[in-house]
Write a protein that binds this ligand. Structure first.
Ligand code: BGC
Length: 542
C-alpha cells in the first residue's frame, strides 16, 4: 500500500531538527549551559548532519520552569548570556548552514513579567488584570477557586492574590495564563515574532499551542489533560481550556507574518487524536506539529504500523508532511522508556525506588526505533543526547529535583529532571567536559563519561556513528521526500522508501531477503536480522 507523502521543496518538510535544551547542552562557565556553549558546539552538530536546531527558551526568566516562564521575550537571561551572544550564535549557525528555530511561549508569562506585576497592583476590574484570567472566587467569601480545573503539574490551576481574586495558571503558579481574547496580547506576540524574525531565526516551536483559548464561561471540567498525550477517552466532554477551535485563528494571523520572512512554525499540541492534530497543519497554519502519537506508541509492530499509516493519512488530507519525534525535554529518554515492561509514553520520571528499566533491551530497541524514524519521509526531531543514546537518570536523589511537577505533586511524580542531565562531551574531563570547572547543575549518573562523543565518534558500533551514517544516507537517498510503501507482514514492519527497503524486526529473527544487501542496521546483521533490529537494505547489483 502506498502511504504517499506530499512532496514539498520547503527545507522543513524533510529536515532533521536537533532540539537543544540550553541549560543542559554545554556550559562555558559555571555548570549551567549557555549560548556561547551552543555556539561552540555548532561544528559538532554540522558534523552530525542536522539541518536545523530548535533551542528551548533562553529568554529572561526567573527559571521556575527552566525558561518556560518568560519575563522578557526580547532579551536573553544572564544565565545564558546576552542578546549579542544570540546574534553570534545565529551568525555562526548561518555560516555552517544550520537553521535556528527558537521557542515561543505564548500561553503564559512568568509572574515576574511586568504585565503581571502591574496587574497585581492595578486591582480587580482593571484593564491590566484583563491581560490574564483574574476572577473572583466561589464560596461565601470567594475562598474557593473559580473552577475545579487542575494544573498540568498537579494541584489547582488557580492561585489567590492578596486582594482575594484568583488567577488562572494551567501550569505552575509562577506561570499565569494570558487572556488571548484581549487584542493587546495578540499585538504583543505579533511584535515578538517580528523581533526574532528580524534577527534571522528560521522559525518557532510554539509551546502549548493547544492551550491559548479558554471557554470564557469557565465551566467546571473534572478531568486531567496529560502532558504530551492529552486524554484518550472519547466519553469525556471536550475540555474548556484545551484544543479549542478558536486557537486556529491566532495561528492564521501568525502564519502571514512568518511567511513574509520565509519562516516556519512547529506546534506543540497535546490533542485527543491525529485528526485534531492535523488541523494545526492546515495550509494556512503551522508547517509542522509534533507527532506525539508516534512518540507515545508502544514498541510493537501493530501499534507502530497503525500510527505510521494513520499519520500519513490524516496529514495527506491537509497536504502536510509529518513530523516524527521520540524524545524531548518532557519525557523519559527513549532507551529507558523502551526498557520498561510497558513501553509507550512512559511515566513522568523514574524514581530510584521504582522498577528500573532493562537498559540493554531498551537501548537495543531505541536504536531500532531511531533507524526506523530516520527512514520515514517527513521531518524528524532529535533531542540533545539522543545521538549519544543517553538513558534517563533514574537514580537521582530527590534533593536535586527541580521540576515544579515534582513539588506540585508532593513528590508522587519524579518529574522531568532525569531527561535533562547535563550532556557529556569529553570522557577524560571532570563532569564529562560539560563545563570548564566540571560543575553540572544536576549531578550526572555514574558512567556518564562512557557516552561522551570522544568515545563514540571513534567507535563504529556507537549510537553516534549509527545516527551520523543514517543522516548521511537519508540525504543521499532522498528519504525525507521519498514515496513510501507499506509491505508490513506478521513478522516485521517493512517499508519501501524510495530505493531503500526498511525492515524492523520485533520479537523474531528474519532472514535478509534474497537480492538485497545491508546498507545500515541498528545491530550487526549478516544473514539474519535479529529481534529488535532495524535494517536499511539496498538491491544487490546484478
Ligand atoms: C514545555 C514544558 C513546559 C510547559 C509549560 C511545555 O509543554 O515543553 O517543558 O513545562 O510547556 O510551559
Amino acid at each position: 500500500m502506498i502511504l504517499s507523502q506530499p512532496s514539498s521543496d520547503q527545507w522543513w518538510s524533510s529536515a532533521v531538527i536537533y532540539q537543544i535544551y540550553p541549560r543542559s547542552f554545554k556550559s562555558t562557565t559555571d555548570g549551567v549551559g549557555d549560548l556561547p556553549g551552543i555556539t561552540s558546539k555548532l561544528p559538532y552538530l554540522a558534523g552530525l548532519g542536522v539541518d536545523a536546531v530548535w533551542i528551548s527558551p533562553f529568554y529572561t526568566s526567573p527559571q521556575k520552569d527552566h525558561g518556560y516562564d518568560v519575563s522578557d521575550y526580547r532579551d536573553v537571561d544572564p544565565l545564558f548570556g546576552t542578546l549579542e551572544d544570540a546574534t553570534t550564535l545565529l551568525a555562526r549557525a548561518k555560516e555552517l548552514g544550520i537553521k535556528v528555530i527558537v521557542d515561543l511561549v505564548p500561553n503564559h508569562t512568568s509572574d515576574q513579567h511586568p504585565w503581571f506585576q502591574k496587574a497585581l497592583k492595578a486591582g480587580p476590574g482593571s484593564p491590566e488584570r484583563n491581560l490574564y484570567w483574574f476572577r473572583d472566587g466561589r464560596g461565601e467569601n470567594g475562598e474557593l477557586p473559580p473552577t475545579n480545573w487542575r494544573s498540568v503539574f498537579g494541584g489547582p490551576a488557580w492561585t489567590q492574590v492578596e486582594d482575594g481574586q484568583w488567577y488562572l495558571h494551567l501550569f505552575d503558579s509562577s506561570q499565569p495564563d494570558l487572556n488571548w481574547e484581549n487584542p493587546l496580547v495578540r499585538e504583543e506576540f505579533e511584535s515578538i515574532l517580528r523581533f526574532w524574525l528580524e534577527r534571522g531565526v528560521a522559525g518557532f516551536r510554539v509551546d502549548v499551542a493547544h492551550g491559548l483559548m479558554k471557554d470564557p464561561a469557565l465551566p467546571d471540567w473534572d478531568h486531567d489533560w496529560e502532558m504530551v498525550s492529552g486524554l484518550d477517552d472519547d466519553s469525556v466532554p471536550a475540555p474548556p481550556m484545551w484544543d479549542r477551535d478558536e486557537v486556529h485563528d491566532i495561528y492564521r494571523d501568525w502564519r502571514k507574518i512568518v511567511d513574509s520572512y520565509g519562516g516556519m512554525m512547529c506546534a506543540e499540541a497535546w490533542v485527543h487524536d491525529d485528526e485534531r492534530r492535523s488541523l494545526y497543519v492546515r495550509p494556512d497554519e503551522f508547517q509542522q506539529c509534533f507527532n506525539f502519537s508516534f512518540l507515545a506508541s508502544p514498541w510493537d509492530r501493530a501499534s507502530l504500523q497503525e500510527v505510521i499509516a494513520q499519520s500519513y493519512e490524516v496529514n495527506n488530507r491537509v497536504g502536510a508532511p509529518t513530523t516524527w519525534v521520540f524524545n524531548n525535554h518532557d519525557v523519559v529518554r527513549l532507551p529507558s522508556r523502551m526498557g520498561l515492561p510497558v513501553t509507550g509514553k512512559g511515566p513522568n520520571g523514574i524514581f530510584p525506588t521504582d522498577p528500573q528499566p532493562d537498559l540493554e533491551l531498551g537501548s537495543r530497541r531505541a536504536r531500532a526505533a531511531q533507524l526506523l524514524m530516520l527512514a520515514l519521509p517527513g521531518s524528524a526531531y532529535l533531542y540533545n543526547g539522543e545521538e549519544l543514546g543517553l538513558p534517563e537518570h533514574t537514580s537521582l536523589a530527590d534533593e536535586y529535583r527541580q521540576d515544579p511537577n515534582f513539588r506540585r505533586t508532593e513528590g508522587t511524580e519524579a518529574g522531568r529532571d532525569g531527561c535533562r542531565i547535563p550532556l557529556p562531551w569529553d570522557s577524560t574531563l571532570p563532569g564529562a567536559g560539560f563545563s570548564p570547572t566540571g560543575e553540572t547543575w544536576l549531578p550526572q549518573p555514574d558512567g556518564w563519561e562512557e557516552y561522551a562523543p570522544d568515545r563514540q565518534i571513534v567507535n563504529p558500533d556507537s549510537v553516534h556513528t549509527m545516527i551520523t551514517t543514517a543522516l548521511k544516507l537519508r540525504k543521499e537517498h532522498g528519504l525525507g521526500t521519498a514515496q513510501i510503501k507499506d509491505h508490513t507482514t506478521e513478522d516485521a514492519l517493512e517499508y519501501q522508501v524510495g530505493d531503500i527497503r526498511v525492515i524492523t524486526a520485533f520479537d523474531r529473527e528474519l532472514p535478509v531477503p534474497d537480492g538485497w544487501q545491508v546498507l545500515l542496521s541498528s545491530q550487526p546483521v549478516t544473514d539474519t536480522i535479529g529481534p529488535n533490529t532495524t535494517c536499511w537494505l539496498q538491491k544487490t547489483e546484478s
